[in-house]
Design a protein around this ligand. Structure first.
Ligand SMILES: CC(C)(COP(=O)(O)OP(=O)(O)OC[C@H]1O[C@@H](n2cnc3c(N)ncnc32)[C@H](O)[C@@H]1OP(=O)(O)O)[C@@H](O)C(=O)NCCC(=O)NCCS
Length: 208
């Protein structure tokens, strides 16, 4: 069955939440966003708020023929990114449930924010915040479909792009010309967990 890339809509959010928790199983995510109902509800509210924002874009990959995308089609992958914009005055994010490891969450977001500020400063840029393909559908090209769309949009505006890459995501981002600028690490269950801060230069004659 061919894969199709489509802009996600609000009605997709329950499936996107399921996909997120079925896909992200890294030691970090299991600690800070455990798969329990309050955290799922928090993530659902975050997506509902994000999808309304003018600079946020959420795309999904479904299986199906070109002419026939139905609301009931299974979503096998999705990505979320934001286009270059000036950060609005701090909006109140959905209230964080107390179920995850709050100290670790704060340590990671603090380190990630500090590195991003150091690398990107005040420069407007594309920010890729989620890329996920359901495990049973990985290695079929769904992630590449999403990355191609992301890169096409980034190349059209000519801005740089930024992503914090987990060890699993890094090879995909490298294939799409992201380069590691820095790293940060936290210790989880006694083991170091390293995220890469990656930047992609816009490309003017890229073949997608
Ligand atoms: C990272 C991730 C999104 C990649 O998604 P994907 O849909 O498997 O991506 P693709 O299928 O386009 O590419 C993955 C690999 O499959 C290969 N591939 C693509 N189409 C293929 C096909 N038809 N047959 C065989 N292999 C294929 C690609 O060449 C690539 O190989 P490589 O990693 O050796 O370079 C996915 O592994 C994932 O969701 N991981 C868990 C969540 C995560 O860590 N996300 C990143 C957060 S930073």
């Amino acid at each position: 069955m061919p894969l199709r890339l489509v802009r996600a809509v609000k009605a997709d959010i329950p499936q996107l939440v399921d996909l997120y928790f079925d896909t992200f199983k890294s030691p970090l995510v299991l600690k800070v966003k455990p798969d329990v109902p309050p955290v799922r509800e928090w993530y659902k509210k975050s997506l509902e708020s994000d999808i309304e924002k003018p600079h946020t874009r959420i795309y999904k990959v479904v299986e199906g023929q070109a002419e026939s995308v139905h609301a009931s089609d299974e979503i096998i992958a999705f990505a979320k990114w934001s286009s270059p914009h000036t950060e609005p005055p701090q909006e109140k994010p959905p209230e964080w449930p107390m179920d995850g490891d709050i100290a670790l969450f704060e340590e990671v977001t603090g380190k990630a924010t500090e590195k991003k500020k150091k690398i990107m400063g005040e420069e407007e840029h594309w920010y890729l915040s989620v890329l996920a393909t359901l495990p049973k559908h990985q290695r079929r090209g769904a992630g590449s479909l999403l990355m191609n769309e992301f890169c096409k949009q980034a190349d059209q505006t000519g801005h740089r792009s930024y992503v914090e890459a987990s060890p699993l995501g890094r090879p995909t981002y490298q294939r799409f010309a992201f380069e590691t600028q820095d790293t940060f690490s936290v210790v989880i269950n006694g083991e170091p967990y390293i995220d890469c801060c990656m930047v992609r230069e816009p490309q003017s004659h890229r073949e997608h």
